[in-house]
Ligand binder design. Structure first.
Ligand code: BG6
Length: 460
């Protein structure tokens, strides 16, 4: 049966500056933590592929914008690199302004609405040397950058977001050692999270001050809804704690202007409260968002921690993951595939978050060695990806039918891209990038499928 999506629905894909632009130390750009980390520890990066080895968008953006249209995208999300626009945090790099303006204008010419994000894991090295998100200085530095970006591009970009997945630089950088500075310290992680929240808040304030006509602003959060192993009180508490720390920590202040009381209590009980300033509470209350983007890949199956430490040393003292025996899995990424969660997320937005406009800002399936699926004409027959999107869209549609205010669906990603430590291990794009010749892109079968969905604004 045909399932129609609301009029004006955004069909698109997401990407990011550091993962696509290339020329990461050229044209006036200063190093981010990624450039620095790669220079001192290249062996940490899959096949020694660093931030220079991206899909060359800096050179190919005109052609790429045509390719967006070719597969029916009516919108795209990418980011501005803070280190390219303001290499020292203060001085505008005119070459970057020219690049981003022509890039965004070309999108518009092709009928593709740009959604522009300000931070996608790419902390400037000059700021990291001063402590990065651990210092309050980062909050003002980010707010300044945001204001400059709104002033420079606000005439052409109407949809803005502050951060992509703020949890990632907190968890990967300050809890689990995956990203630079690879510190393991729960209290620092909370402080980093708090400064990130304040940086977001002051960027929203800067946006309101700039008073951009017809502009809207939001934040993009990764959501992994928690499902408890059982109805036992301890497992339900584990679920509640997981949701507090990973979902409500940003979603509640962003939408309701309040950090949940239960989260504050949990942190206080465990001596984890961050340093704050008196005016912060009011700033958070006054600067809520216009919309939310939610990146959904997988649920979080949780149970009570078997031997929690007190006070907590790690989030695993509040909940631990468990392996759901019935799960369907993407073996390449190791992530559970559970499309039903998109319906639950849609209902959560409707019932708990004022039914604020929201969209799926990332959803997708990374697959290794995709060349196995290449046909005689060089097209990757990625039916698995089509099936993945179809199933997720069915559950999203159900949520929309029941009144959830979802205005779009973006996949990760448009063209295969460099993915941090994973390099090009898993491919996600509608177009394949040839690693021998990064100027070559070939449409996959999913690109044709998506074009049809977008043009008809329906799935069947
Ligand atoms: C998303 C991030 O969460 O996951 C992207 O926003 C990232 O930046 C994507 O590339 C896929 O991650 P991975 O690790 O599977 O390549």
């Amino acid at each position: 049966m045909t399932k129609k999506f609301p009029k004006g629905f955004l069909w698109g894909a997401a990407l990011s500056a550091p993962q696509t632009e290339g020329h990461s130390l050229e044209h006036g750009k200063s190093p981010s933590t990624w450039d620095y980390w790669f220079s001192i520890a290249p062996e940490k990066f899959n096949q020694n592929q660093g931030p220079e080895n991206t899909s060359n968008v800096y050179d190919l953006y005109l052609d790429d914008c045509a390719k967006m249209k070719e597969i029916g995208l009516n919108s795209i999300r990418t980011s501005i690199a803070w280190t390219r626009l303001l290499p020292d945090g203060k001085t505008v790099n005119q070459e970057a302004v020219n690049f981003y303006r022509t890039y965004f204008q070309e999108m518009l010419k092709q009928g593709v609405e740009p959604v522009i994000n300000l931070f996608h894991f790419d902390m400037p090295m000059w700021l990291m040397e001063k402590g990065g998100w651990e210092t309050r200085e980062s909050v003002d530095a980010f707010a300044y950058y945001a204001k400059i970006a709104f002033e420079l591009f606000g005439d052409i970009v109407k949809k803005w977001t502050t951060f992509n997945e703020p949890l990632v630089h907190i968890e990967c950088g300050y809890l689990y050692g995956f990203h630079y500075p690879a510190i393991v310290d729960f209290k620092k992680a909370v402080q980093v999270g708090y400064h990130t929240l304040m940086a977001h808040t002051l960027a929203i304030k800067a946006f309101r001050d700039v008073n951009m006509k017809d502009g809207t602003i939001g934040i993009i959060l990764n959501v992994s809804p928690a499902y408890a192993k059982s109805e036992a009180a301890e497992d339900l508490l584990a679920k509640e704690n997981s949701d507090l720390l990973t979902t409500k920590s940003f979603l509640d202040p962003a939408v309701h202007g309040i950090i949940p009381e239960k989260l504050i209590q949990l942190l206080a009980d465990n001596h984890l409260l961050p340093e704050t300033e008196v005016e912060d509470k009011e700033l958070i209350m006054e600067n809520t968002v216009d919309f939310i983007g939610l990146n959904y890949y997988q649920p979080r199956r949780v149970q009570a921690a078997p031997a929690p430490q007190f006070p907590a040393k790690m989030p695993e003292d509040f909940y631990v993951l468990y392996d759901w025996p019935d799960k369907k899995i993407n073996p390449y990424r190791g992530w559970e595939i559970y499309p039903n969660a998109l319906y639950d997320v849609a209902m959560m937005m409707k019932n708990e978050y004022k039914n604020l406009p929201w969209y799926v800002s990332e959803n997708g399936m990374g697959v290794a060695n995709e060349e196995r699926f290449m046909d005689d004409h060089g097209m990757i027959q990625d039916d698995y990806r089509i099936e993945f999107m179809q199933e997720h869209l069915e559950f999203l549609h159900k949520g929309i039918e029941e009144g959830s205010n979802c205005f779009g669906y973006h996949t990760w990603t448009f063209v295969d891209c460099w993915s941090w430590l994973n390099g090009y291990r898993n491919r996600y794009g509608f177009y394949r990038v040839d690693l021998e010749d990064r100027f070559k892109r070939t449409m996959k079968k999913s690109g044709l499928w998506y074009k049809n969905v977008s043009e008809k604004n329906e799935i069947s």
